[in-house]
Design a protein around this ligand. Sequence first.
Ligand code: ADP
Length: 721
Amino acid sequence: MTALSDSTAYIARVAFFTLAYLGTALISLEIQGNHDGITPIWPPAGIALFAFHRYGLRMWPVIALGVGLLGLHTGIAPISSVIAGIGNIGEAMIGCLLLRRFDIQIGQRFQDVVKFLFLPVLLSPLFAASFGTIGMILGGIGSWNEMYIMWFMWWVGDACGILLFTPLLYGWWRRPKLWSTESRLIEWLVVITFSMFIGWHTFTGKDVTTLHGAGNLQFLVMPFLLWAAIRLGLRGATLVSLICCGWVLWGAANNTGPFEMDNKVAMGLFESSFILVIALTGLIVQALFRELTLNVKQLRNTHVQMEDRVRQRTADLEHSNERLRQEIDAKALTTNALHKSERQLYKAKHMAEQANDSKTRFLAAASHDLRQPLQAILSHTELLAINNSNPKLADSIEQMGRAGTSMRELLEKLLGVSEIDAGRLSTNLTVFPIDHLLKDLQGQFQQAAREKRISLNRVPCSTLVYSDPALIRIILQNLVSNAIKYTEHGKVLLGCRRRGDLLRICVCDTGIGISQDGQQIIFEEFFQLDNPARDRKQGSGFGLATVQRVADLLNHPLHVQSVPGKGSCFALDIPVSEKQIFAEPDKADATSSGDSTTASTLLLIDDDEIVLHANSLLLKTQGYHVVAASGSETAFDALATGLQADVIISDYRLPGAYTGAELITELRTRTDRLTPSIILTGDITLSDDNAGLPDRCQLVQKPVLPQKLKQIIDQILEEVT
Ligand code: ADP
């Protein structure tokens, strides 16, 4: 069906174009009759090129039939027809190839018009002119002498035919809609009417006007040609050109019009030139305006797109502005909330600080009142233990003693931590041999280790360190105490290792160890691993909190390494003193000297009757000769009796004019002796610095264990002797 309709369409097209070819050829031949055998335009060349370009080379029968039928009609020799036919087919093929090769869009752009003019219009007719001229001469039409002019006129005629008819067909082929508005229709009518009229007047005007030369008004068509080219495009331009051409040919056929002259060759050339100029002008102008219109359209599109984009961007911007505004509002709200919580936080901090201060003040106040009775309990318990002869009570007394001791330890630790927190603890840095301290600690904890059947060893060390010995003692005491507490088998080892400018002091044990998670939290207050029920026998949970605080105060790094089930190693890095004087470590293990009870005389001063009584009894039991005084006056009275005290032990806060320190100074002045003295106080705010201690006077905090007090007194007595 398709094949059938295709071939029918093909045949129809061939028939149509053959008829057009033949018809226009016959008109041209008619004109040739009046032009000595030449024609100013050969339309079949343009019709053939359009057919070839539009429907392909298979349209060759159009030319073959056209030329063949023309030959029959004119009766020229077959050889002439064949050669002219070949020339014409070649011309159409060359024109078509040039159009395709150079991608020439007929009448579209200015450059297309230029290319069209120089390639298919001027180049391809060279082929037809050459073949046609030779064919005609061979067929006996014309002689070789006339060959040049024949060739030239053939070339010009074909060029005119292509220039006018190919664009004309392109413009009008399958474009049914001529006008879209009424004004456009009017324009069409005006242009056609005036072109027709001017053509008629110009090319038949010889007889119409009486003025000489009034017929040479062919230029009048120009405004209408330009109008058509600008306003009506390719179709308008080619139609006006066709009308002009038609009138030119009419004039030529009827021997009228401005080109009429005796020299027919010159007449033909004038006519051809006119047709070429008209057709080319129309094509160029319409192409230029077409491009201009397209550019304007593009520009307008771009403008519209840009406007759209600007509108879109403006909308986006407004949107972002709105969002920004919302964010700013939200931020303002957050800032307000932040300020509010800041104020609340500040208030809470202030309250916490106040609470902390109150706590510290309370502890300071309470400590003195707690320490005094505790001292009495400890002293009386010791007395009871010494003087008890009833075995049934022995266990209860021992329990009482242990409870008192543990209460004292807890109080010490609690006060220690609160003192550090209150920033009361000051550092007193000095150079000292670390081995002395380690040796002391070994001695202090040897008994506890022995009780648990574990060994407590110390590796001697000769290094001098720079730190606060009292604070280092607090740290190491806690560490050694823990090591013994949490070790059931094996040993605890005290040792040092030099690490550049630092001395690492290690307290290692083979105890229960601490898990990795546990190592992160053991330094928090009250924290005890595996002791959620807070069994006080296992400790208070204050030890490591104190250690960490003191280490921080001294700026000494603290480390812990531990493997559960294997043991732990706590280490403290202390700066090594720059002045290292070789200090021979004491190789002998520290064991406190046995009972060196002497009949030394102690002057004991305390305004608290119970404490005075208990301590007095205890010290007497320990073998000292004790003179008890409840205040400064009683002490002076004792002196008046000729008392020569070996050691003065006085409470710090006494009623009357003197503090303990001042009383000691006064007593020394009155006896004229520098009696070694001890200030025994429960006031935790007192330190060696602020108590105003005289020379050779030692500050001892209450409550002090009876054994410890004895140890201190003996040491003082030893130094005196
Ligand atoms: P406590 O008074 O309970 O000993 P500490 O603050 O001194 O309080 O110690 C906190 C916790 O750290 C202890 O309860 C214990 O679980 C753990 N700990 C401390 N030292 C050791 C150690 N040498 N071996 C095993 N565990 C330890």
